[in-house]
Design a protein around this ligand. Structure first.
Ligand code: ATP
Length: 138
């Protein structure tokens, strides 16, 4: 069993209960959950890999604009399986090519895309530690 970090972003938080139901219906177990509002500094730390890009300032404004829900979810191949369920980064493309994906359903465009999923084992562990610093790493 693998774990990954799922984030329900500010634009989708009002659908958090519905999204959590979809998560469990897809065979994930929810190990931990936290609702938090990131400061711009915390959002910059989370997205430090994008520092310097044109969209960085608006990404930070968006991600710190309201509460988000961070969930540690687990199942076999959780990382790839969750990214498949959320769909392409750009919600406009998701609506065209992956209409059943969660970004197609809850997202708006290339920035306001409703959901996040860690892209590798290393980033999953790092992002889980970011949101759940006192979680026990087995
Ligand atoms: P996430 O990290 O949320 O899973 P991702 O890994 O699919 O998304 P990244 O390329 O890491 O995408 O970008 C991180 C986030 O930055 C995206 O989810 C989106 O909100 C925003 N973003 C990415 N590309 C753009 C862009 N070209 N214009 C505006 N915002 C963008």
């Amino acid at each position: 069993v693998e774990r990954t970090l799922a984030v329900i972003k500010p634009d989708a938080v009002h659908h958090a209960d519905e999204i959590e139901d979809i998560i469990t219906q897809n065979g994930f177990s929810v190990l931990q959950k936290r609702k938090v509002q990131l400061t711009p500094e915390q959002a910059s730390e989370l997205y430090s890999e994008h520092f310097g890009k044109m969209f960085f300032p608006s990404l930070i404004t968006y991600m710190s604009s309201g509460p988000i829900v961070a969930l540690v979810i687990a199942k076999d191949k959780a990382i790839s399986s969750w990214r498949e369920l959320i769909g392409p980064t750009n919600a406009l493309i998701a609506k065209q090519s992956h209409p059943d994906s969660l970004r197609a359903k809850y997202g708006t465009d290339d920035q306001q895309n409703a959901l996040h999923g860690s892209d590798s084992f290393t980033s999953a562990e790092k992002e889980i530690r970011f949101f759940f610093p006192d979680s026990i790493v087995e």
